[in-house]
Design a protein around this ligand. Structure first.
Ligand SMILES: *Cc1c(COP(=O)(O)O)cnc(C)c1O
Length: 222
């Protein structure tokens, strides 16, 4: 078995310099996250707010914590004081709640809009029309404590590479459209797509941020 540090090193050696690696540490103990930290990793992704908040309390404060999971609005308050980027934003209501909680801490919280690119019903996310409705809404213009930094998407779980590639392409094309929008709280620079099984494809299709868990930490036991 290879170590966490070795896995991290192997993955980083294949990533182009402009790609941000989010080490997905959900379900993993602090001791294993520290192994990655000691190997130089500073960005970690979690999918449960309380678990992330507990880890934030006990771990070095130069870690950037990313919320990558499906978000419940009533949980936003537990991470508003420290979260660095929220990947899974899928409604205007959630943006409003993030804005409200960020304001309490005098922060601006970075967000990505999650788009549904997979055909599977199990995947969360907005349709392209829904994103356009959010961006055109008057309410969005009042949200001074959020910053929309781009988009996030998850491809279908399939061994058919052409399907995964097509879904990533869709997200990349939408991102290019998003960049032409002129809003003070929306400056898209980030496409969060690609996980352990498909991050190489995602990078070929224009990803700027990959979320890799099991390829670094090994398989998860839920
Ligand atoms: C768990 C998770 C990942 C990482 O998955 P791996 O296959 O272990 O790399 C990436 N993104 C999201 C949204 C996740 O929930």
């Amino acid at each position: 078995m290879t170590s966490i540090a070795d896995n991290l090193q192997n993955i980083k050696s294949t990533l182009p310099a402009n790609i941000t690696l989010v080490a997905v540490s959900k379900t993993k103990p602090v001791s294993e996250i520290l192994e990655a930290y000691n190997a130089g990793q500073r960005i970690f992704g979690e999918n449960k707010v309380q678990e992330m908040a507990q880890k934030f309390e006990t771990m070095p404060k130069d870690i950037q914590w990313h919320m990558i999971g499906h978000l419940q609005r009533n949980k936003v308050k537990y991470m508003a004081h420290f979260v660095d980027l929220i990947h899974g934003v899928d409604s205007l209501k959630t943006l409003k709640e993030i804005n409200k909680q960020a304001l309490k801490h005098e922060r601006v919280i970075n967000c990505l809009l999650q788009l549904k690119i997979a055909k599977e019903d199990t995947k969360f996310g907005l349709s392209f029309t829904e994103v356009e409705n959010i961006l055109n809404s008057e309410e969005l213009k009042n949200l001074k404590n959020i910053h929309i930094k781009g988009v996030m998407g998850m491809a279908s779980f399939t061994s058919d590479e052409s399907i995964v590639r097509a879904e990533f392409k869709t997200l990349k094309n939408f991102f290019e459209k998003l960049k032409t929008i002129n809003l003070f709280n929306c400056t898209p620079t980030t496409i969060s797509m690609g996980m352990s099984g498909d991050y190489k494809l995602a990078i070929e299709e224009g990803s700027t941020m990959v979320r890799v868990g099991s390829a670094i930490f090994g398989h998860r036991n839920y």
